[in-house]
Design a protein around this ligand. Structure first.
Ligand code: HMG
Ligand code: MG
Length: 298
């Protein structure tokens, strides 16, 4: 059942940097995107078109999108929580937009300032307009195993979100462990719930590594045949509305595991480590990736 090829979406420029306190210049974000595509990433989540009052770090969204030298075969995705975001994003020609809802009511309120039901009303026209413009639509389901405000989240909640997203025409869903509290069996239950409405071709795993479980959770998902994952180079990141949550699992660590299992990714691990080192240096810290650290210390 384990796939022979895996697609990784590097969400570092968006999920990774959105929570940085220090301003990161647009030029450094663009430099990161360039290095990621150089390393063989075929999809990069570049930025988000959200309120700059809520997430100041992403205020340079259009500037960053405009400065990227695109490579054929690489897809560039951006977050668009409402029509205002989509209208701002479309001139930047994203290949894919992401609407983001949550399996927990409390997190929906904190993150996007509306209930789950209201979020679907906001997303529906975004999905319709994006698809009419030929842009692919992904949906993120935050707090798929646990919520910083509500605690454990039942798989039924994930199933509900997957059904609601299906109903409004979302083409692909990401099952997100926003605060990295999941463990392998819980993550499998959440993915099974999502699989009631989407196929393996249309589901990805998005695991934050707060409790050090993300690699184990990735393996658990691989065993179910899930072959698409969001990861973050150098383990960058955290969500501004999930206090204390750390970044997504480091892309370098996942690539090292996959290649060791004989699973293809199309990614050059050494170049990926360079990309992680580049952005870490710009941020004045060391890459938060065990594999990168080991390779750099060799
Ligand atoms: P709201 O306040 O309910 O929106 O925010 P509103 O429509 O009432 O508008 C209020 C103000 O925001 C207005 O400005 C709007 O123009 C402006 P004012 O008149 O006060 O000057 N506004 C916008 N500006 C720019 N772009 C927009 C936009 N929309 C409204 N798109 C909103 C609702 C969703 C905008 C807000 O709550 C928000 O921006 N939230 C940010 C959420 C966010 O970015 N979270 C992090 C990303 S999600 C994540 O990390 C999870 C994920 O990784 C998966 C996982 O790990 O779980 C995906
Ligand atoms: Mg995330």
């Amino acid at each position: 059942n384990i796939p022979s090829r895996v697609k990784l979406v590097d969400v570092g420029p968006r999920d990774g940097l959105q929570n940085e306190k220090q301003p990161v210049p647009a030029e450094a974000k663009v430099g990161l995107v360039h290095r990621l595509q150089e390393a063989g990433l075929k999809e990069i989540e570049v930025t988000s078109f959200v309120s700059p009052k809520w997430v100041p770090q992403m205020a340079d969204n259009a500037e960053v999108m405009a400065a990227i030298q695109r490579q054929p075969g690489v897809r560039y995705s951006v977050l668009t929580p409402n029509m205002k975001g989509l209208e701002a994003a479309l001139p930047s020609r994203p290949d894919e937009v992401v609407v983001f809802g949550a399996a927990s009511e409390a997190f929906s309120q904190r993150n996007i300032n509306c209930s789950i039901a209201e979020s679907m009303e906001r997303f529906a026209p975004v999905v319709a307009a994006a698809r009419a413009a030929g842009v692919y639509v992904r949906g993120a389901i935050s707090c798929a195993v646990g919520c910083p405000y509500e605690g454990d989240v039942a798989p039924e909640r994930v199933e509900l979100l997957a059904r609601l997203m299906k109903e409004i025409g979302v083409q692909h869903i990401g099952v997100a462990d926003t605060i990295g509290v999941g463990t392998p069996l819980k993550v499998q239950r959440a993915l099974e719930a999502a699989l009631r409405h989407y196929t393996l071709a249309d589901i990805s795993g998005h695991f934050h590594d707060t409790y050090g479980q993300a690699l184990a959770n990735t393996l658990a998902a691989l065993q179910m045949g899930v072959w698409q994952y969001d990861t973050s180079v150098a383990g960058l990141g955290g969500c501004p509305y999930a206090k204390g949550a750390t970044g997504n699992v480091a892309t370098e660590d996942v690539v090292y595991m996959l290649h060791g299992m004989g699973i293809e990714t199309g990614i050059d691990l050494d170049k990926l480590v360079d990309a992680g080192q580049y952005i870490s240096e710009r941020l004045g810290r060391k890459p938060n990736s065990r594999a990168a650290t080991a390779i750099l210390n060799k």
